[in-house]
Design a protein. Sequence first.
Lengths: 157, 715, 716
Amino acid sequence: MTEYADELIRDLLRDGLSSEEIEGLQRHEKDADRFAQVLRLEQERLRWRERILLCLQEHLYIVDKGDGSKVVRCDCGQEFGDYRRNWKESALVYERAGADALAVYRGPRVADPDWSILREFYCPGCATQLDVEVVPRGYPFIFNVEPDFEAFEGGEQ
Amino acid sequence: MSLQERLRERDRRVADLGWYEERLELKERDPIGFELLYSKMVQLVTSAHEVARRVSASPMSRELGEIIFGLYTPEGDAVALSRGLLIHVHTMSRMIKWMIEHGYEDDPGFAEGDHYFNNDPYIGGAHCPDQMIVTPIWWEGELVGWAGGLTHTPETGGSEPGGFIPFARSRFDEGLFLPCVKVAEHDMIKRDLEVLVERGIRSPIFWLTDNRAKITGSQMIREEVKGLIRQFGVDYFAKACREYIEDTRLAAEQRIRKVLPPGTYREVGWRGSVMPGDETLLHGPVAMTVTREGRLSFDYEGMSPAGRHPFQGTLPTIEGLVMNVAIQHLFYDLKHNEGVLLAVDLNVPEGSAGNPPSIFYPTALWGIAYGAGLASGQAISRAYYAKGYREEVHATSALSSAYTAGGLDQYGRPFGAHNFEFAAAGLFATAVMDGLDTAGVEFNPEGEMGDAEIWEQMLPPLYLSREIHIDGGGYGKYRGGNGVMSLYLVSGTNDIEIGGFGAAPIYSAPGLMGGYPASALYMWVGSRTNIHRLIDEGRPIPSGEGEDPANPDFVRMVEARWELIPGANRPARPAREGDLFTAMTGDGGGFGDPIERDPDLVRRDLENRVTTHWTTRHVYCVAIDPETLEVDAEETERLRRARRDERWRDGVPAQQYKARERERVLSGDFAKPTARMFHAVLGSSEAFRRAFLEFWGLPETWEMADPDREAEEVA
Amino acid sequence: MTDAPGRKPTLCYIDVGGTFTDAFVVDAEGDYVTGKVPSTPGDLANGFYGAIEAACAKWGMEVDAVLPSLQVLGYGSTVVLNAILTRSGRTPGLLTTKGFEGILLMERGKQTWVDLDRAARLHPMTHRHNRPIVPRSLVHGVTGRIDSLGREVVPLYEDEVRSGAEALLDAGVDAVVVCFLWSFLNPLHELRAAEIIAEVARARGREVRVVASVDVSPVIRELPRMNAAILEAYTGDVARGAFSDMQARLEERGFGGELQIMQSTGGLAPAAHVKAVETVQSGPAGGVIGGRYIGEIYGFDNLITTDVGGTSFDVGLVSGGFVNVNREPTVARMLLGIPMIEILSIGTGGGTIARIDTLTRRLEIGPQSAGSEPGPVCYGRGGTEPTVTDADLVLGYLDPGYFIGGRITLDLEAARRAISERIAEPLDMSVEEAAEGIRTIADAKMRDAISGLISTRGFDLSDYYLLAFGGAGPSHVAGYTQGLKLAGTMVFPFSAAFSAFGAAAADYEHHYTRAVNVIVPPEASDEVKVELGAQITRVWEELREHGMAQMEREGFNRAAVQFRPLAMVRYGRQLNDLIVGSPVERLATPADWDRLIETFEQLYERIYAIAAKYPQGGYEILEVGMVTYTEKIRPKLRAEVMGPAEPSNDALKAPRRAWFGGDWRDVRVFEMTRLRPGNELSGPVIVEDATTTLVVPPTRRIRLDEYRTIWMEEER
């Protein structure tokens, strides 16, 4: 039995909750089975044959291809390869500095490109902006999340 | 057994056996009484917090609650803490342990009624303004615990006013340090030490009344604790104190297992040193690991080495920051004490800017320690997201800045201080809501900016405006909170210097999962203005930045010698009546792709005048009627479609991009601040060096040239 | 209190609560009767008359016979508070200092968390901004600056006042609030702006109400001052409407005097002259004033008043004989620059709803309340969610046929059903266990409120006597005092109407304050003392005259008016001052001055620590005040001879089955009004009268003293 109604969590995933409902979620002891519930609801929503193993971040999931491989996939269907490799290596990259930065940040709000620039990552499939890194030029892509699936099976999940 | 022996025994126990107290007997035998005693402890440290605030003359303590009290075991482990400056969750522990380790028990001794003071950040605290006082609690000839309080004082007698010294080259520029000094005996303050302060800093009143506040609160705690011991018995009390810590340790590990999935989560925080001629970007990476057993660890391998600038923190600082982040986002409902620390592992490389090699390295602005601490919060958010708890996912909150001033105030009294309204900056956007405007900072969850009238009582400059920093928060599906943007008029004195502290000219608060970072920090100073003529002629005078930060109202409306300081670090310089300057508290990072933002949220922001039509169209791609504020859904759809096409057009496949950038790396084509960072970090962290070479496919033999050496050769 | 021919009711006080309306009527001799009826939110006057009727019936008198003879008719009103809580006031426009137009959206940061519990405060994800009462579109900035010494640095740009006023009138507001920085120190700009707004309105043939912040809350800190002015504008019409309507209806039925409203500071003032925002806490104030009065009678300096009403649990403090005044209260998460009697209120009362939280499936009590409409399930007025009162009934503590003297017949079966279906079954426990659980949680919440309030002041519970009152107070006092080491616990025969009793004991009172700028250097010379003393004395004189004039307008003769001069004193540059009641009427000599400072230092030492004193910093007085008051007849408690410990048989009623210690037991029941001084009883026992029920569990015992006050003690 899930602690929260599916409708409630579905609305959470769909940005459909009121500020009060959100506060309710935030102020209560965390529900133990959220992980499974969210995976189930996302699976229902996306109707993928492959099993979703993890919601990696906005739009990105790690799915089990069934052939033993676990890959990162965008909800538009675009795939980014094995989850142990940074998905950013398969994305579109756009470096925003100088004049381009001024198209977003005006006047002194833009950072000095000698110090840091913006590195935007888009999904090649749907052109959604998946990440914006704040880094100096020449900095390696940041590999944000590497789940330890072995520990998952062993752990409480 | 001496305290020193007890402390060593305690350390051995924790190191070898992993637990703090073997069995929770009291909790099992008497659950009601066990909880009752703890709630009484929390009540009495909270009372001390409330009462002490009213004794202080410092707005930090009185208005903003920048003050915290705690109750400690004889070995100095925190048992219960009040609200307030949570970043100091273990600062006083460090101080007590330091005194014990350094033989204070024998000389000068811990007598009933003694009060020890410390503001040495290498012992405990983040910087000179963090000032703490602890007093021993005795019961029938035995030291049964410690009571202590900490405040953040607005002035320390440094080379510049206000305690935050952005250009301190060494500890000796930061002000008056009193490392573990006895300031009171028999609960009476030592007059000679007060004279030291009265003649040693610009605004002694704050320091001296803060001390009174801390001593009052500590005394309260001490006496109430004796009452509790009378009621529960000293053995019960002592055992309970230890069990509360173990209880928290266990609860924290359980919480970690429950809400954070096993794995490794990486983020990078940035700050910079703006020392003229040595501008250097500072690197604050964090790798957070969660094990299947529920062990949580933060590894700061790769952090920039320490340097001759104040944008670094002591080990206690970074520990405090991480604990503070963990409490606000993971352990907010637990018993807050040493047990929180015992549940988390930290690795901060020695010699790094988070763990400097000697006490002479200045730490006035925490700098990269703060950056790395905030990055740790992002790592927690990524883990929360993966586990499905979207309501706890947040981008980073602001890196705050403020102005400092010193001289003679409008009452003709000497003064020096900084305006601390920066405790109400823009909060992070979350995965489910916009960030709150002007609502908080990471180091104190109870954000509060104080009333303008209180600041104008303390500092001569007058507010010409105190507004929400329009569009300061990082753009996103949910936007970061906007901070405060204030415009000041120097008034009531001509004997005054104005400075500012902030960050390097970098984006201050990163966004998350497609959200943009917050605006960079900046400060405007206008001297020799014609404002008084404008006033005399009854012409309009500016009330802030207006809607176009590239061409702010005050610059358009007032003739002056205008100076823009990117990063908002400015050495204090003399100012005159009629001079204008700005200060901003910083904004929060955004969450998610901006073109997924609900147009209704954009409209609400327009109604509240916290965003502009420029941003609405150029960033959010929302078509909205400037008059009726009605959203044109079709046109909006078209704009957003077009934005995606641009991305397809401009976005470069990652591998192509890497090939291109590899050339830049090979040719060492970096600006000085960046080059200095890479050179320093590649030289100090083998792990980072390996990762760097691998990412760019560089040979083992590859070396990066020292940018400054190069420069010398050219010259 | 049997009827005496020629009895002359002189004073009547009506306390309108969320659930019940109480009347407390006192005659010329100081004898009193009380009445209680359910409140009638739709039409306040009905409950008003109903309560008077219920009370005077005990004297065999009719309302129309009582009203004409009344000299004083006091009214504890929730009109203003409700208007704020339900956001049903009239939205004003706001003119503020240019550059501060965003202040209500910024909320000083603090208003995003101010009312949260510890865990939520430390968990910033839960913080929220409030919807501002004045939307940003109705806020206009005006150029002009006064500085911290009250000097004009930028003159008022009057054309901006005009355009702002025009814009607000175009937007259709019928009230405008003006709040500028430092107006409390130099009101010139605010008052001038107010004039201009009025002119603009007149020119359009419109009437607008203009509220200047300095007239509502002349104290430092712009946001609390602005909030106070805004709430005054927001609720003013509502309050005046309700009060004058009430006055008219009373006059119709022969009342000749002027309706008096209880103010948040605990004094009565004529309805026509009272400020709406000063009545936010009208009702609860009475209970604390009553506590102080009881303290005078018994000679106790430290008391805790606990009032369990239908919708809330209110805790008040009397310390060292003084009622604690909170000068920075928060109301509905707004910081308010209006002094109020310090009362901690939590949403736990008889009508508070118990439900299983849909998220966690945990049993939670409140804060939602069933109020009086529909009220608890057992009222049979359509309430469907079980409340604390339903639990009390199910456990046998209440007599279904004797609630409010039988005015309401309680439906036991409905209550059982509701608790069974909504609480017991989901939690898989018996109805009794569920009902007991509801009581336990409610009692614990109240207990925490008490110990919290005391300890955050640095006080010691064992110095305090606790007074339990309010309709549901006596039935829960045993629970919420359990484990608290108090000096004593007192319950009153007129418990249900205690707040009304307290208010009836209040004086006519007005508080005035004025900002000054008196800075006293350390070791000040006699000359300085005399000069500064004269400065303060001058302001005192002005305030005294001001207050005297007010009292005269209200129809008191000069001779009857008394004064309490106040000075808010602090050490040099401290931010927190103490309200010092001046030991002298004027500061003429250095000696007078020293006595004032001495009083301050004694007070300071009592509250803080010796080490906290800082005479080296000198002293500052930035605010002085004057309390003007006139005494009036008060209800008397008459001492009677102590009788035997054993109650007389006529006090004994039929035993009742009630749930104690996890089992049903036959419990003795006594009629409270028939118990006599000296009587003693051991729990378990139930003592009831028409309006309240005292529940004494097996662990407690009670005894009546010579005033028939019931003392509850631990069973030896």
